[in-house]
Design a binder for this molecule. Structure first.
Ligand code: IDP
Ligand code: MG
Length: 155
């Protein structure tokens, strides 16, 4: 096990619906440490980079329209096995299949407007963090609470 960093985007629907604070609270309350946070407007180029695996899909143009319709809030969250932990907090892509208690399961009824993005592997997370954050925008701050979020040998 290891401390990992993962990339989270709160999508335009989360901003439009005024639930970004609630989602950030859930991330903090889980014990994850926020080491980066910015508001960003995506453009076509950034979408293509970020969603390169979906470029040929019929819904891709609508996805770009959605993701560029308002800013997103990007976060880097750090913690023990953060990549897996945050993915599981999000729930599956189609929010109608997401269990209650997950972020998508509690806040969305949509596959496209599913409020949150999270990196799907450690390798992806490294690329995605670098896509949205320069090194100087990430803060390796000493969080006193980290002593209690997981035992030393779990980090
Ligand atoms: P993920 O966000 O759960 O990792 P991906 O398959 O990587 O899911 O898809 C990225 C995003 O593209 C989804 O979160 C969702 O917003 C959108 N998306 C994926 N599949 C569909 C679809 O079938 N219809 C509409 N939008 C979709
Ligand atoms: Mg994905």
């Amino acid at each position: 096990m290891a401390e990992e960093r993962t990339l989270i985007l709160l999508k335009p629907d989360a901003l439009q619906r005024g639930i970004t604070g609630k989602i950030i609270s859930r991330i903090e309350e889980r014990g994850l440490q926020i080491v980066g946070l910015r508001m960003i407007e995506l453009d076509d180029v950034k979408c293509k980079e970020h969603y390169s695996h979906l470029v040929g899909k019929p819904f891709y143009p609508k996805l770009v329209e959605f993701m560029t319709s308002a800013p997103v809030i990007a976060l880097v969250a750090q913690g023990a096995e953060a990549v897996k932990v945050v993915r599981e907090m999000c729930g599956p892509t189609n929010a109608r299949n997401a269990p209650a208690g997950t972020i998508r399961g509690d806040y969305s009824l949509s596959t496209q407007y599913n409020v949150i993005h999270a990196s799907d592997s450690l390798e992806t997370a490294k690329k995605e963090v670098a896509r949205f954050f320069a090194d100087v925008q990430i803060f390796a701050w000493n969080r006193e609470l980290s002593k209690f979020t997981a035992a030393e040998d779990e980090k």
